[in-house]
Write a protein that binds this ligand. Sequence first.
Ligand SMILES: Nc1ncnc2c1ncn2[C@@H]1O[C@H](COP(=O)(O)OP(=O)(O)O)[C@@H](O)[C@H]1O
Ligand SMILES: N[C@@H](CCC(=O)OP(=O)(O)O)C(=O)O
Length: 365
Amino acid sequence: MAAAHTVVVKVGSSSLTQPSGHLDVDKLTALVGAIAQVHMLGGNIVLVSSGAIAAGFGPLGFSSRPTDVATQQAAASVGQGLLMAQYEAAFGRYGIRVGQLLITAEDTMQPRQYRNARRTMATMLELGVVPIVNENDALASNEIRFGDNDRLSALIANMVRADALVLLTDVDALYTAPPSEPGSRRVPFVPNVTQLIDEIRVGGSGSGVGTGGMVTKLEAARMAAVSGIPAVMTSAANAGPALMGDSVGTAFAPVRQRGSARRLWIKFASHPQGTLVADSGAASAVRGGRASLLAAGVVEVRGQFAAGDAVWIDDEAGNHLARGLAGFDAEEIPHMLGRTSAQLRRLLGEEYAHPLVHRDNLVLI
Ligand SMILES: Nc1ncnc2c1ncn2[C@@H]1O[C@H](COP(=O)(O)OP(=O)(O)O)[C@@H](O)[C@H]1O
Ligand SMILES: N[C@@H](CCC(=O)OP(=O)(O)O)C(=O)O
């Protein structure tokens, strides 16, 4: 961490607000102080900040976080402005400019939006601006929204080629079980987060304002790890020591070289809307990696989905082999099953002579 040049810091709702649903300006100011210190030492920081919904519901007169999506979106629209006003003022005391980026899950997968977001953030960093990122809650549709910002922060870390990801929350570390359970123990280091799962029991949010709890934080750590990015998870109160490289919280080692953000999204963040069942030949081709799923090797299609939606690819025994983005709507696929590309071209036309899932859009489980 001490050697990292570009760091993505994610802070959760519970670390920025009071339980009443109003922004806790002292907490926000303390966080900004820690980030400003790194910035003044020449480090690049991208801040992924939650808190729009939590900051918006109190001023709108609600006594607790709304549960329906439309009201959450309205609360986020109110809260996002309040949040940015506080960040502008707090960073302004150090002479640091901030800029807002509101991103949807689609932006992290569509190549053009992805490139634009990456270029904008790179330019902001060159200009000495601290980008402050949140999910575009007002626009994100229910089926595809992240909801929490943990996984979004891992995708942003991948996007800006960060050297480290810092997840700040209301608990000081990962524990062997939800910390409210007696006997749960602190876990200081996770050498391979992709293999962790059996010994650690994780639960949802404990705060009433956060979303996702430890489940999505571990997913974010896993996404970072397979992108070659180390992660640290600790409480927002430990932001300063964590950014300075002190051993606080839980450190997650990277397990692999950097991969593409699009494939990370498909593997960890997409919501499959249906299933394509592969015959034994297609199943072994998919398992082997780098193969597209052709209609000739698919025996069944289940579910309602449109071209571009995520689907499971299963074998005939019902095992999940992979996730991918469908190349066609579910209704189009029954006419295509079992046919080769040449047959599809002849019978249905050139636009059908394509894989059901292209290998660039297919990720093994
Ligand atoms: N094994 C675990 N170790 C640590 N915290 C856990 C664990 N399982 C569940 N949690 C809960 O996850 C919460 C943090 O998630 P969340 O409330 O979504 O925070 P944020 O708003 O920062 O994203 C903690 O307060 C804790 O109650
Ligand atoms: N984009 C939402 C994030 C929702 C949320 O609660 O996230 P988190 O606190 O990171 O679990 C917001 O700003 O309110």
